[in-house]
Design a protein around this ligand. Structure first.
Ligand SMILES: Cc1cc2nc3c(=O)[nH]c(=O)nc-3n(C[C@H](O)[C@H](O)[C@H](O)COP(=O)(O)OP(=O)(O)OC[C@H]3O[C@@H](n4cnc5c(N)ncnc54)[C@H](O)[C@@H]3O)c2cc1C
Ligand code: SF4
Length: 374
């Protein structure tokens, strides 16, 4: 964990929904500290430069699908608006398929498919931010930045075990911001027998998502699934997001199967290691205790991994990394990567804020370097 924030957040936290209140009740019985999650959604109207007034969250819980009021800090109401203000042009519906290069090994053009037609954009520098699956896929397809064979290696995903229970109270799990309450007490728990740690988080869920989870992870089907869904309004969940260690057994490669453009699909090899299994067991035991203390019955546990991380590791060592600490490729000097593929480890928390921080840092370092005399 880093140092404490020097300033308060500009707005109050969002109200705690039912799952968050139940988690608070359960955690209080074990003196586990909790706090409202620092969710990137507005609890009041907020004026944002180059965007305008953004509205407060209406607490209808649709965040996973997309926020229709602009309260959630999605890219369209934050960084993309900023970029457009400063002169960026957005070419929507464009899917990058390749790159043109010169004899010096630099990228000279980006090639993309737009509405079925191939187009080309000449470039001086490329910032590749396609995420931990599509970034390595593009590099592998184009045989770029990979002479040490590290592109696609060390794929990671958070240990994301979930515990669900039924409560006497009306819960309405679709209401309110989904991850309303967190606890960081397990960030580095003592004497556990595993490395790293995890956060605990309350969860809200939409009915269709819950039904699909019950079918996929808990084997409910047909009448049993219908009966279980009748308890939906009295259901609440708690989950963990825990550190996953980088491992050479977990990697992404190109498959023989092709996508609609005829390009090789990515294939991911991933299995929990001993450390992830021990952490999941620890989290499961604790979350079941918390849920029982909060009053839950008919508890079910769903094993799960969350978030895609790694595959283009940032490192000081050229032999084991794909990019340097400023996000620049070791091999292709005008290629920068700024997404969750550069994470050397997975962190014991949800990744979005760190992705944004790394991307801003990469941009700052690039601009500084451009200013300095050659
Ligand atoms: C349902 C859901 C809930 C989540 N909740 C949380 C949360 O509460 N907190 C948290 O921290 N994280 C959360 N995450 C994870 C978080 O959203 C991701 O880790 C994060 O968005 C990854 O950022 P990125 O910039 O690396 O990649 P992305 O956000 O995936 O951005 C990559 C972009 O590249 C584009 N792209 C890919 N390939 C190409 C191509 N060939 N040509 C052109 N464009 C391309 C994609 O369309 C996409 O827009 C959640 C994820 C999901 C799916
Ligand atoms: S609950 Fe989520 S989707 Fe709904 S307004 Fe709030 S931030 Fe937006």
């Amino acid at each position: 964990m880093g140092p404490k924030r020097k300033n308060n957040y500009p707005l109050q936290p969002l109200p705690l929904n039912a799952a968050a209140q139940l988690m608070q009740r359960g955690c209080n019985s074990f003196k586990i500290k909790t706090s409202p999650a620092a969710n990137a959604a507005l609890s009041g109207a907020y004026y944002q430069e180059h965007v305008g007034w953004r509205r407060a969250c209406t607490n209808r819980g649709f965040c996973q699908t997309g926020c229709s009021v602009g309260a959630k800090a999605s890219m369209n109401v934050t960084f993309i608006s900023y970029a457009i203000h400063f002169g960026a042009e957005v070419r929507a519906e464009s899917f990058i398929t390749g790159f043109g290069g010169n004899a010096a090994g630099n990228i000279t053009a980006v090639i993309y498919n737009r509405n079925g037609k191939e187009e080309k954009q000449l470039c001086k520098n490329v910032f590749l931010c396609a995420g931990a699956i599509e970034t390595p896929r593009l590099l592998l397809m184009n045989n770029l930045a990979n002479s040490n064979g590290m592109v696609g290696k060390n794929f990671m995903a958070h240990v994301g075990t979930q515990v669900w229970g039924e409560f006497e109270e009306m819960v309405r799990p679709n209401k309110g911001i989904p991850g309303g309450l967190i606890s960081e007490d397990m960030h580095r728990p003592p004497s556990t027998g595993f490395a790293g740690g995890y956060i605990l988080q309350s969860i809200g869920v939409m009915p269709v998502t819950y039904a699909s989870q019950l079918a996929r992870s808990s084997g409910f089907w047909g009448q049993a699934l219908r009966d279980k869904m009748r308890t939906y309004n009295h259901t609440a969940g708690i989950n963990m997001h825990g550190e996953c260690l980088p491992s050479e057994q977990n990697f992404l490669e190109l498959s023989d199967e092709k996508d609609q453009l005829g390009l090789p699909k990515p294939r991911i090899h991933f299995t929990n290691g001993d450390n992830e299994n021990k952490m999941s067991e620890h989290g499961e035991k604790l979350m079941v205790q918390i849920w029982k203390a909060a009053g839950a019955t008919n508890i079910i546990v769903q094993q799960r991994m969350a978030h895609t991380i790694g595959t283009c590791r940032m490192s000081d060592d050229e032999a084991i990394g794909v990019v340097k600490s400023n996000g620049q490729s070791f091999e292709v000097s005008n290629l920068y990567i700024a997404d969750n593929s550069v994470f050397p480890g997975s962190l014991s928390a949800n990744p979005a804020l760190t992705i944004m921080a790394i991307a801003l840092r990469t941009a700052d370092l690039f601009l500084e370097q451009k200013k300095s005399p050659l």
